[in-house]
Design a protein around this ligand. Structure first.
Ligand code: DC
Length: 234
């Protein structure tokens, strides 16, 4: 069967990664969480004190980029992919509020984006990939056969993230999460370098009232349509 590229974009915590994981699993595609890559670079900046005390700037990131090595290791059975920063698994650390509070700043830097976009293109070269983020359909893979733009009600998104972090033992408040999501959405949508936009040819999936299974079915049907279309064109 033909393999395609599935690009999933949308605001923070609207269910992109859950949907991406589910369809990648069903299709036996690889899943790449590009947010995890921006979070890993942010963790590197925090660990190396590259972020100014006011949290508004990053010192000389261009000089450090060659020292930042990011890769994924995927379990062949569960298909779960975990992100590694310079050989160290950082999957848990990158989900902290400290990283969440700084990631939009770091991901607005041109040189950071150039480095990560080039890794993302390499990872998706062979097709059979589901990639989620903010600029996948618009910048990373503008020719993706299927582009989805995922949305959800702001309140629902904050509660989902709250339950996820609380479930991991993080003592975060709902207010703190709401504030973080609003801020990130604002910066991610208004930055100069590849802001979050809905690609013109993207299909919107609003996950507010949809069960996980229904979302996955909808996306799977869309993938199958595109796979058949590609087969007819070939
Ligand atoms: O998907 P996430 O919430 O883990 O992403 C964290 C941040 O990374 C998000 O606030 C903006 C940035 N990001 C980006 O700028 N471009 C992407 N393709 C993915 C994430």
């Amino acid at each position: 069967m033909n393999k395609i590229t599935v690009a999933i974009d949308g605001y923070s915590s609207c269910g992109k990664s859950t949907l991406a994981k589910d369809i990648a699993h069903r299709l036996d595609y690889i899943y790449i969480d590009t947010g995890a890559m921006y979070r890993a670079v942010t963790l590197y900046c925090l660990k190396n004190n590259l972020i100014t005390a006011d949290g508004k700037e990053v010192y000389k990131i261009e000089e450090f980029l060659d020292d930042i090595n990011i890769n994924f290791q995927c379990d062949p059975v569960s298909k779960k992919c975990e992100v590694f920063l310079n050989g160290e698994k950082v999957e848990n650390e990158i989900r902290s509020m400290t990283v969440a509070n700084n990631v939009s700043l770091v991901s607005s830097i041109k040189e950071v984006r150039e480095k990560l976009v080039s890794i993302q293109r390499e990872l998706g070269k062979a097709k059979g990939v589901v990639m989620d983020g903010r600029d996948i359909g618009s910048v990373v893979f503008p020719d993706a056969e299927l582009k989805l733009f995922v949305t959800a009600d702001a309140e629902v998104r904050a509660k989902r993230r709250y339950n996820e972090l609380r479930g991991k033992g993080d003592k975060v408040s709902l207010e703190e999460i709401k504030h973080n999501l609003e801020q990130r959405d604002h910066i991610d949508s208004n930055r100069k370098e590849s802001p979050l936009v809905q690609a013109e040819d993207a299909i919107i999936i609003d996950t507010t009232d949809l069960t996980r299974a229904i979302q996955a079915d909808m996306a799977y049907d869309l993938v199958m349509e595109r796979v058949q279309l590609k087969g007819r064109k070939a």
